[in-house]
Write a new protein. Structure first.
Ligand SMILES: [Zn+2]
Ligand SMILES: [Zn+2]
Ligand SMILES: [Zn+2]
Ligand SMILES: [Zn+2]
Ligand SMILES: [Zn+2]
Length: 339
């Protein structure tokens, strides 16, 4: 995620991060750790509060508010990797999504036999069991006959700068291409496919299909219109060559950068614990919030004793609907010995 504060990251070393048990910090939708922004408190139709992580979409029925105070505090935590229990990496806020997409311990599925593998076993599995379908050359030749008979290359191993990807090709009324990063230092964002015959070349860049927000495979999918391509090539020859190029750059849509945590923090004291207790401070009595923490309808937190004293939120005059900030309560519980 862009917009990370260089200043902040440099000032924190591992020993300053509190070590806590993360089992209570899980998303109610995907059950992964609450380590990807934005975190929403979702109130379901029967009035139950649940946290939903940035990997997931908040269900339409019910209401939601962004858990801003949790996100601010999460900057001080190092989360376990959600991809695998075997992974020992500790991930700072903002690092989880990228790491989990390329974690070497993550589970991968064979597209042909659906078996579960890991990054280290998947390629050898393809080599051993799907030798006929696996191609090792990024220059793929497809003839009209191959399309009819379904004998075109289905899986291509493409190695390029700093990554190895499996590229899955499906030719029907369109050419669908899925890029599955296996070993990568970052998530690939762009694909260029060059279709060529003896006399003609057409290059397509990044015809990416919109991602399903709950897609946990970390694949990018691309779509190319085959009728269009075939028409161009029909007069020329009965086969075409597809050259696959994968790049790491691409459109930088940082949809989640909607509030400036760094600016908030730059005004705070420099010690980590001091900053944590400042964030956990009740805006009304200035005590560190412990026990039940209540939320106004726009997401401001308040401690239990102050909640009993005020009819509306002192910060925004908003109503209290009975919502609680469970994630913040957990943090406060776990950090009370440090504060
Ligand atoms: Zn989730
Ligand atoms: Zn990992
Ligand atoms: Zn298989
Ligand atoms: Zn208070
Ligand atoms: Zn408020």
């Amino acid at each position: 995620m862009s917009g990370e504060s260089q200043e902040l990251d440099d000032s924190l070393d591992d020993s300053q991060f509190p070590s806590i048990d993360f089992d209570d910090f899980k998303c109610s939708q995907c059950e992964k750790y609450l380590s990807v922004a934005p975190i929403y408190i979702y109130t379901d139709p029967i009035g139950k509060n649940k946290n939903v992580c940035g990997r997931c979409s908040v269900p339409d029925e019910g209401s939601k508010i962004r858990n801003v105070s949790y996100e601010i505090l999460a900057k001080f935590l190092k989360f376990p990797c959600s991809s695998s229990k075997n992974c020992k990496e500790k991930l700072a806020w903002g690092e989880a999504e990228d790491h989990e997409a390329k974690c070497w311990h993550r589970e991968m599925v064979c597209e042909i036999c659906s078996g579960p593998y890991t990054t280290t076993t998947l390629i050898s599995h393809y080599k051993k069991h799907h030798q006929k379908e696996l191609f090792l050359d990024k220059n793929v030749v497809i003839s009209e006959g191959d399309i009819y008979n379904h004998t075109y290359p289905k899986v291509v191993l493409v190695a390029c700068a700093r990554m190895v990807c499996l590229v899955h090709i499906q030719v029907e009324t369109t050419i669908k291409i899925k890029v599955q990063p296996v070993f990568a230092t970052s998530i690939p964002h762009a694909l260029t496919v060059t279709f060529s015959t003896r006399n003609q070349i057409i290059s397509f860049k990044n015809r990416q299909i919109k991602q399903n927000p709950n897609n946990t495979k970390n694949w990018n999918e691309y779509d190319f219109n085959i009728d269009h391509i075939l028409d161009i090539f029909k007069s020329d020859s009965s086969e075409f060559k597809m050259e696959l190029e994968i790049y790491q750059d691409g459109p930088n849509n940082d949809e989640n950068a909607s509030y400036n945590v760094d600016q908030y923090l730059s005004n705070e004291a420099s010690g980590v614990m001091e900053r944590i207790s400042n964030t956990l401070e009740c805006p009304t009595c200035y005590e560190v919030m412990a026990g039940n923490i209540y939320l106004c309808k726009t997401g401001h937190s308040i401690c239990e004793s102050c909640r009993k004293l005020v009819p509306v939120c002192p910060t925004c005059q908003g109503q209290y609907m009975g919502g609680r900030n469970y994630a913040l309560e957990e943090i406060s519980k776990k950090l009370k010995d440090f504060l």
